[in-house]
Design a binder for this molecule. Structure first.
Ligand code: TRP
Length: 336
């Protein structure tokens, strides 16, 4: 049996931060050789909310370079850009025509984003989960590592696939394979530097709430200096009254590579004045190799383009085959 196929997409908006790194990509990199990985930059999803056209392409390249810098290996992983494989858009249209409107209107993320946007809600925002279903089903993925917030979209993906199979396949001959609803276990939950009860987020208005992978040592120092703490002396994990303390210790543990007990013993008598410089230095040192690698990659545009060209070819071959299967099932005559 071949390796299982894992697929995921990430939007090229915002700042890629420590929460993204420690919660997702680092684990992915560690386990990458066990799977056949497909990772794409979801630049079609990026325009479902107002976006800046002067940044779309550069944000896309930045994300690809960051992934490579974090250790994604091209022997195990195919990296591509969603808009480079036109089958994503085309399958979305076909799925649109079999997806009941009320399924989309019921999506939690749509409702939340629509409220935020007020009157300016476009059809693309509503259709976002259908595009996501197309992303996943085109590759007949086995596993889709996404965060909690995307769980409902994954369930919708299965519903769309089941409906397609029911309406246009035969019981013993489904048109499309259903992905396992298995959501990859999230790694560490990294919380905001401004509030230890909220997740570190790229959409938080304050940049002081997160440490971005590309922050300079000075920025990192400043953010840790300013981050929220408390008045208590002695640092401990797991005290529900001290969410910031738990978060900062966890960050220190993950970035230093030390064990939890080790960190607990080391920091039990520390005050913040002693701990903050330690966390600062550890963070700067942990990010340095990634940042150096990133710099080398982002300056080599020819290399980046060759990665994406190869990604587009590999991904496109699989995607177009699935698309043809669906079109055939729907009764289209395929171009000869
Ligand atoms: N919607 C996902 C997010 O914002 C990104 C995404 C788009 C995705 N298409 C996908 C994730 C397909 C997994 C599979 O996180």
């Amino acid at each position: 049996m071949g390796k299982q196929r894992v697929l995921s997409g990430v939007q090229p908006t915002g700042n890629y931060h420590l929460g993204n790194y420690l919660g997702a990509i680092r684990n992915w990199v560690e386990g990458q050789s066990e799977y056949e990985n497909y990772l794409f930059v979801a630049d079609l999803h990026a325009i479902t909310v107002p976006h800046d056209p002067t940044r779309l392409a550069s944000d896309t390249y930045t994300l690809v370079a960051l992934y490579l810098a974090c250790g994604l290996n091209l022997n195990h992983s195919t990296i591509f850009v969603q808009s480079h494989v036109s089958a994503h858009s085309e399958l979305t249209w076909l799925f649109n025509c079999i997806t009941p409107l009320n399924w989309l209107q019921d999506m939690i993320q749509f409702k939340e984003k629509a409220i935020k946007q007020g009157e300016n809600v476009n059809v693309g925002l509503l259709d976002y989960p259908v595009l996501m279903a197309a992303d996943i089903l085109l590759y007949q993925a086995d596993k889709v590592p996404v965060g909690e917030d995307q769980k409902q979209h994954l369930e919708l993906t299965r519903d769309i696939a089941a409906r397609l199979n029911h309406q246009f396949g035969k019981p013993d001959q489904p048109v499309i394979k259903l992905p396992e609803p298995l959501i990859r276990q999230e790694g560490a939950r990294v919380m905001s530097l401004a509030d230890g009860t909220r997740k570190m987020s790229k959409s938080d208005a304050s940049d002081l709430s997160r440490i971005n992978l590309l922050d300079t040592p000075e920025q990192i120092q400043y953010k840790i200096k300013r981050c929220k703490t408390d008045q208590v002396r002695g640092l401990t994990f797991g005290d529900p009254e001290r969410p910031e303390c738990n978060n900062l210790l966890t960050l220190y543990m993950l970035l230093s590579g030390k064990k939890k007990e080790e960190v607990a013993a080391e920091c039990q008598d520390m005050g913040w004045g002693q701990f903050k410089p330690l966390l600062t230095e550890t963070t700067i040192n942990a990010l340095k190799p990634i940042q150096e690698k990133y710099q080398g990659i982002i300056e080599d545009q020819a290399y980046l383009q060759s990665v994406l060209r190869e990604g587009r070819e590999k991904a496109g071959a699989i995607a177009n085959q699935t698309l043809a299967q669906v079109k055939t099932a729907l009764g289209y005559s395929l171009p000869l």
